[in-house]
Design a protein around this ligand. Sequence first.
Ligand SMILES: *Cc1c(COP(=O)(O)O)cnc(C)c1O
Ligand SMILES: [Zn+2]
Length: 396
Amino acid sequence: MNNIELERGSLLINLKCPECGAEYDAAVSNTVCLNDACKSTLFAHYDLTQYLDKAILKDRPANMWRYHELLPVIHPENIVTLGEGFTPIIPLENLKQAAIGNEVFWKDESGNPTGSFKARGISAAVSKAKEIGIKAIATPTAGNAGGALAAYAARASIKAIVYMPKLTPKVFKDECRLYGAELVEIDGNISDCGKLINEHAIANNWFQISTLKEPYRLEGKKTLGFEIAEQFNWQLPDVILYPTGGGTGLIGIWKAFDELEQLGWIDSKRPRMVAVQSESCNGIVTAFNGGHHISEFADGGFTIANGLRVPKPYADKIILKVLRDSKGAALTISDNEMSDAIKEIARNEGMLIAPEGAALWQAYKKLKASQWIQPGEQVLMINTGSGYKYLENIDI
Ligand SMILES: *Cc1c(COP(=O)(O)O)cnc(C)c1O
Ligand SMILES: [Zn+2]
């Protein structure tokens, strides 16, 4: 057992552009593909021809670094961890009546450090930044990424700079300040934060980890896919519902399944992936349903689901490709519906979940009613965060 563990380090080879195929050295800092024609998100590329036995997982710790061969950190002492990942799969209990014919589960990410699945991506990105020798990291955020960056940067003794919309609930700002990050409040949405931080980062030599413009947050979020496979005993569910902001989790889960198939740990059967957006930012839904390959900027203003207020995801092309390749779907949910679902789930299931996660329950009910989800299918909803940070947004 231990022999196998000690002998294998990360199988990372380099970074690759999924669009033009250009390759980049992973030992230095990278952002997106330098080819102006694509400027695509870069994907970490591993040597998956190596024989790796699932048995290595048996005695590993219950966090996302149990898959360290398939993560980008070369020297384990650079791993910055607060115990993120290996979150529970929780079946519906009292709401089973509304889901007759299906087995429906949550993957509940609310127990992660700082209360959301952002911890996964940020743990990976901060670890790799530490390995490369980066001293200051900046990010625009709709809320949860800022808190996670602030916490992991504190742990790594790296400076964190966070740009957040003024309209974000206070708790998201307070946690950043408590973790010692420099917080800048912006009059606008996450796109406005992104534009400003970009200018300031260049002037100040901050490394930016904006969603999918940096390669390693995706690697952390990818571990969701590894865990889903492992927790479902290497037989994937039929449908996965995902609340889509920038799309990191959706793309990451898909990448994970591909890597597991190359290792021979799962077969070629894939879930149908469903992107759920807020009515306020529906660019992916419009593009998917219209048969387009990129999305248009769409910002209808405030939504209680901060994480879904992303007017134009940087990796929209890749999100849309995953939805198509998986024979998936895309739909929007209103703030009122999210609010209702939060209350319904809290009263019936004893779970106080984020509005982003609550949107999935409404999406499930719609897809079941329209028979897009069929009797006998297994359905997994990713509850991406805790509802406790959003109480200010909910009319109780
Ligand atoms: C960030 C966030 C999302 C969206 O995640 P992406 O990877 O940007 O698609 C969903 N839910 C919560 C709670 C979030 O914090
Ligand atoms: Zn490229």
